[in-house]
Design a protein around this ligand. Sequence first.
Ligand code: AMP
Length: 249
Amino acid sequence: MKVLVAVKRVVDYNVKVRAKADGSAVDLANVKMAINPFCEIAVEEAVRLKEKGVATEVVVVSIGPKACQEQIRTALALGADRGIQVEVEGDLQPLAIARLLNGVVAKEQPDLIILGKQSIDGDNNQTGQMLAALGSMGQGTFASELVVEDGKVKVTREVDAGLQTLSITTPAVVTADLRLNEPRYASLPNIMKAKKKQLDVYSPADLGVEVSGNIKILKVEPPAERQAGIKVESVEQLVDKLKNEAKVI
Ligand code: AMP
């Protein structure tokens, strides 16, 4: 089984993001970037499938400027076999990403495509679903367990009412939720080995895809600053403040 994993370069989750002064976008100057955490979980799951002998090859793909090769190399250090970068400048919307991924799927013909459930920068939660629709593939989103059985992909999903288990024919799209696994750290020898692994670069034209946007970001602004709290002396004072100042009771 060939597995394709999509990884996105995003601002590291430890960084406190700032909006640009003109409110046009998030300020990315001198900011630490990393693999989107849900994509790291997707890579880990694919590598585990390879270690179990279920996956024969794990190919990782990232769409973005040359810098996203760093995240591809990290995924290769975690155990993926080969990388693909689709070189695109500027911010792309989920539909454009899904179209480009669909182009990679057409070239690579994977049996299973694993994505993160969501990218932590745009919080879109759209790409996996759109990719499945474009490729007429079955999908299992928010996966907390993934098993390959009798050539089918069994996915357990955390839904409001409990756990839902699906059996999906291949090729299948799965999006990884937080509890799917705990990703490993890349060891130094594996980081060195990853530098030598194959990494192909395609343009959207190579994939026969034209990227155009139909959404425009109008404004990016930080949330309102939280006001400092105060300590009250007694329960009576708390009740009084809730009633007469906050007017919530
Ligand atoms: P989103 O729909 O933006 O929340 O992203 C969901 C998932 O789609 C991510 O976790 C990635 O697996 C994949 N994805 C989104 N953008 C990219 C990108 N630029 N390159 C590769 N994969 C991406």
